[in-house]
Design a protein around this ligand. Structure first.
Ligand SMILES: [Zn+2]
Length: 425
C-alpha cells in the first residue's frame, strides 16, 4: 500500500475500524429471507441502516404503468404492490466532483433442498474467514461494503465532492425491473459500481439472457390403458432436446470476439419442471421454465424467434403436438448483452484504487451471466461495472463469502469515492 497518501491512509484505517459493523449489517441482511415477493423485511433493514447513517431515503416503486413502454422493462406474471427498491441519497458537500451510484440487489434465490445445507440458509454463521448463508455472497455483503465505504470516508473526517446514491434493489434475479425503476426515477450518475460476488475484477461484458415457459398438454388416462393416452411430461423431452440443439447452434455459430476463449459460453438451463398429479395417471399437463443466454449484439427478439421456431419444428413432426401445439410464454429476463471499453475513466480510477491496495492491476471479467449492470450500460451512462467480493456456491447450498474480500471491496470503494467524487476537507 506504498502508493497511498496520508488522506487515503486515513480512509483505509477508518474502513478497517468498520469491519464489525460491515459484517454485522451483512449478517442482518442475510437473516431476512428475501426471495421473490418476500423482500419487505430486508428492505426495512436496509432503509433503517441508511437513515441511521444519515442518507436521505426514498422508496422507488416498480410501476408497470409507467415503466411498461421502456425497452428494458421485462413483463412478469406477478404483482408489484407493496414491493419497491430503497434508495439512499447523500448530497454533495461541495460541487465539482463526479457523481456515483452504488447499486446492489437485496433479492436472493430460493435456498433449494435444505438437506444440502450444513446450517439454516437464513441463519448466518461465520466459520474461520467465511460468512455463510443464502445471499451472503450474492450479494448482501457487497451491499454492506458499499454503504460502509461512504461511512468510512466520513469517519476519516472528509466530506464528498459529488452526490452519492446507494441503491438496494429487488428483482435482479428475475427481471432487472428494480434497477431499471431506479434509473427511470432519475438515479443515474457519472459512474456506477455494483459489488456482485465475482471477485475484485472489472466486468466489461455480459451476455444477454431471456426466460421462457413451455406448457404441453397430454391426454389423461388410467395407467391400465396408458398406451391410448399421451404423457405430457414425456412429450416435453423432444422439445427440450430441440432447445439443446439450439443452444449448441448458438455456441457453434458466430461468436462475439470477447467470448472466443470460452468452451461453452452460452447456456440453456431447464430450471423448473412441473407436471402430473398421480403416479397411476397419465399426466395431462406439464410445463418447464428455462433460461437461455446469447452474445452481446444479438437481439432478444431474434433469440425469441429461434426458440419459437425450434418448438414449432418439433411439434410439426409429432402427431399429438401438431394438433395440440405447446404454449410458449416469455416472461422475466429479456435483457440484451453489452460490451464496455476497459479504458473508460471510471474503470481506470477503479483499477488505480485496486492497485493501491494490492500492487496489481484488476483483471478483466467477461461474464456468461447477466446482472443489473445492464440498466446502466444500456439505458444510463456507460461507466459502470461490477467489482465485488469472493464468494463460493452462490445459488447453491452452503453459499459463503470470504470476509477479507468484503473488506477489500469496502476499501477499494472508499478509495474510489475519494478519487472519483473527490474529498472535501
Ligand atoms: Zn447477484
Amino acid at each position: 500500500m506504498a502508493d497511498l497518501d496520508s488522506k487515503q491512509r486515513q480512509i483505509i484505517e477508518a474502513t478497517e475500524k468498520l469491519e464489525a459493523d460491515i459484517i454485522d449489517f451483512a449478517s442482518r441482511l442475510v437473516a431476512e429471507p428475501s426471495t421473490l415477493g418476500e423482500e419487505a423485511s430486508a428492505l426495512a433493514v436496509m432503509e433503517a441502516e441508511l437513515e441511521q447513517l444519515g442518507f436521505q431515503t426514498e422508496n422507488v416503486a416498480i410501476d408497470p404503468q409507467t415503466l411498461g413502454d421502456h425497452p428494458g422493462f421485462a413483463p412478469v406474471p406477478w404483482e408489484y404492490e407493496d414491493r419497491y427498491n430503497v434508495v439512499g441519497y447523500r448530497p454533495a458537500d461541495r460541487e465539482g466532483g463526479r457523481s456515483l451510484v452504488l447499486n446492489g440487489h437485496l433479492d436472493v434465490v430460493d435456498p433449494g433442498c435444505l438437506d444440502f445445507w450444513e446450517n439454516d440458509p437464513f441463519s448466518p454463521v461465520i466459520k474461520e474467514e467465511w460468512l455463510y448463508g443464502r445471499g451472503a455472497g450474492d450479494m448482501k455483503s457487497g451491499i454492506a461494503a458499499m454503504i460502509y465505504a461512504v461511512r468510512a470516508v466520513e469517519l476519516a473526517g472528509f466530506g464528498i465532492q459529488a452526490p452519492v446514491t446507494v441503491q438496494g434493489v429487488i428483482e435482479e434475479e428475475c427481471s432487472g425491473n428494480g434497477a431499471l425503476a431506479c434509473l427511470h426515477a432519475g438515479y443515474d450518475a457519472d459512474a456506477a459500481l455494483i459489488p456482485e460476488p465475482f471477485g475484485p475484477t472489472i466486468l466489461t461484458h455480459q451476455v444477454g439472457v431471456l426466460w421462457f415457459k413451455v406448457t404441453v398438454r397430454g391426454a389423461s388416462r388410467h395407467v391400465l390403458s396408458a398406451s391410448s393416452g399421451v404423457n405430457a411430461i414425456e412429450t416435453c423431452f423432444p422439445i427440450i432436446a430441440a432447445l439443446r440443439s439450439l443452444e449448441a447452434e448458438l455456441n457453434d455459430g458466430p461468436r462475439h470476439e470477447a467470448y472466443r476463449q470460452f468452451e461453452h459460453p452460452l447456456n440453456l438451463n431447464i430450471g423448473i419442471f412441473n407436471g402430473g398429479s398421480w403416479p397411476s395417471s397419465v399426466p395431462d399437463e406439464a410445463a418447464f421454465q428455462a433460461r437461455l443466454s446469447y452474445f452481446p449484439g444479438v437481439r432478444f427478439n431474434d433469440i425469441r424467434q429461434k426458440i419459437i421456431q425450434a418448438v414449432q419444428k418439433t411439434s410439426e413432426n409429432n402427431p399429438w403436438l401438431s394438433q395440440n401445439p405447446p404454449i410458449i410464454e416469455f416472461y422475466g429476463f429479456r435483457s440484451e448483452g453489452h460490451a464496455a471499453d476497459r479504458n473508460l475513466p471510471a474503470f481506470e480510477t477503479l483499477n488505480d484504487c485496486h492497485r493501491m491496495l494490492t500492487g496489481l492491476d484488476a483483471e478483466t471479467y467477461i461474464s456468461t451471466c447477466t446482472t443489473d449492470l445492464r440498466a446502466f450500460q444500456l439505458f444510463g451512462q456507460r461507466q459502470s461495472t461490477c467489482y465485488g467480493p469472493v464468494a463460493e456456491n452462490i445459488h447453491g447450498a452452503n453459499e459463503r463469502v470470504h470476509i477479507p474480500s468484503v473488506m477489500q471491496v469496502a476499501k477499494t470503494y472508499a478509495l474510489f469515492l475519494s478519487r472519483w467524487c473527490g474529498l472535501v476537507e
